[in-house]
Ligand binder design. Structure first.
Ligand code: SF4
Length: 375
């Protein structure tokens, strides 16, 4: 938990309209946040660990509602989601802060740097975002860049506005959320990529400052109790979570608890934040992890952040034919018809149109307020 004094330099609440937050109760004169398993107990003026939720006069407030660090149109494969309308474009945005404390964070400028709150310049209401996504011909809107769990109120309102306009919604998250808000949050999401950062409690405790079990609980719940399309990402960090015996256990758990057809992405780490002395993940480690997952029986396993087209493509689990060719975020050959393999008719898990999108690898910055003003 951070105190007000620790963040006073940033003056983050003085010039900002604060939104009422949900999911909290009062106990022993403190406000206790019930959004994530940290349950921060906040004295008046305190900020939570995520530094975007604050006890302000005995009421929990969210200081990033309607504010973003920026909007981009990305390919859906960048989330990463390989089985959710391949080739389509996604209006993506995030805010600031995070409820995990990963020492290997690959986006620490927006998740950990408190000065980012001063740069939350792009003001956008849920309706503005949905309208912009329609005008930009995006298939979906993604809540990403930082974990949307900590700004659930804003993400949920935006997802509802998107659904009203016929758009799909995507959450990119570490899944560290309590059961009650989890239901409301994922009810309005069509797809999610959940980061399973490791598979030991020790790893979670020491390198993410969180716990493993709540994440496993979220994964089980999404896979078995919701209609959200689920893909899982594991960032392979050298000498931290790259023990192949542990990766095998993780894959066995995914097979048993989530099912063999949940796509799994092994992605490469690059030195960042507090792990600058750790080397980047070797392509060989990703290849090995993918081979372990395939041996266990997972049907759709991918490698990411490296140039490896054959391991970024989708193959039919029955006939073995290439059904979606990919190189990074570019779609090549495409043989899915009626959500099934064009060669043998076997169903391919996920959501596929008969033709892929053609967004390609582009990443285009947009400002919804500018866009809508110009119309
Ligand atoms: S969402 Fe933020 S304030 Fe709430 S419990 Fe989690 S870290 Fe603490």
């Amino acid at each position: 938990m951070e105190t007000q004094d620790q963040v006073a330099d940033d003056s983050i609440s003085s010039d900002r309209e604060l939104a009422n937050a949900r999911w909290w109760h009062k106990q022993d004169g403190r406000v206790v946040c019930d959004l994530c398993p940290r349950h921060c107990a906040l004295k008046d003026g305190d900020f939570g660990f995520c530094f975007v939720r604050q006890n302000k006069g005995g009421v929990l407030k969210l200081n990033t509602y309607g504010r973003s660090t920026g909007f981009c149109i990305d390919p859906v494969e960048k989330k990463p989601l390989n089985h959710f309308y391949p080739g389509s474009s996604v209006l993506s945005f995030g805010t600031a802060g995070c409820n995990l404390g990963c020492k290997f964070c690959q986006a620490w400028e927006i998740t950990k740097s408190r000065t980012v709150l001063k740069r939350l310049s792009q003001k956008a209401t849920p309706e503005m975002i949905a309208e912009a996504a329609v005008q930009l011909h995006c298939q979906s809107v993604a809540f990403t860049y930082n974990d949307p769990v900590i700004w659930s109120e804003y993400a949920i309102d935006t997802a509802k506005a998107c659904h009203d306009r016929g758009l799909k919604t995507i959450a990119v998250t570490a899944g560290y959320i309590c059961p009650e808000p989890r239901k409301e949050f994922f009810e309005v999401m069509d797809a999610a990529n959940v980061d399973l950062k490791g598979f030991t409690e020790d790893f979670y405790q020491h390198l993410t400052l969180a716990h493993l079990e709540p994440v496993l609980d979220t994964l089980r719940w999404i896979a078995n109790e919701s209609s959200v399309w689920l893909e899982v990402t594991n960032l392979v960090v050298p000498n931290a979570n790259d023990d192949m015996a542990v990766i095998r256990k993780m894959c066995e758990w995914i097979y048993d608890e989530l099912g063999p057809d949940v796509p799994l992405h092994f992605t490469a780490f690059h030195p960042d934040y507090r792990m600058m002395d750790t080397p980047p993940t070797s392509p060989g480690a990703l290849v090995q992890a993918r081979a372990v997952a395939s041996e266990v029986g997972l049907q759709y396993v991918y490698v990411g952040n490296v140039d490896d087209p054959s391991r970024q493509s989708t193959y039919c689990p029955d006939c073995g034919e290439l059904v979606v060719a990919r190189r990074w975020y570019d779609i090549g050959a495409y043989h899915v018809k009626g959500n099934a393999c064009e060669f043998c008719g076997r169903s391919i898990a996920g959501h596929f149109l008969d033709q892929p999108g053609h967004w390609g690898t582009r990443r285009v910055r947009v400002d919804p307020s500018e866009l809508l003003r110009a119309m």
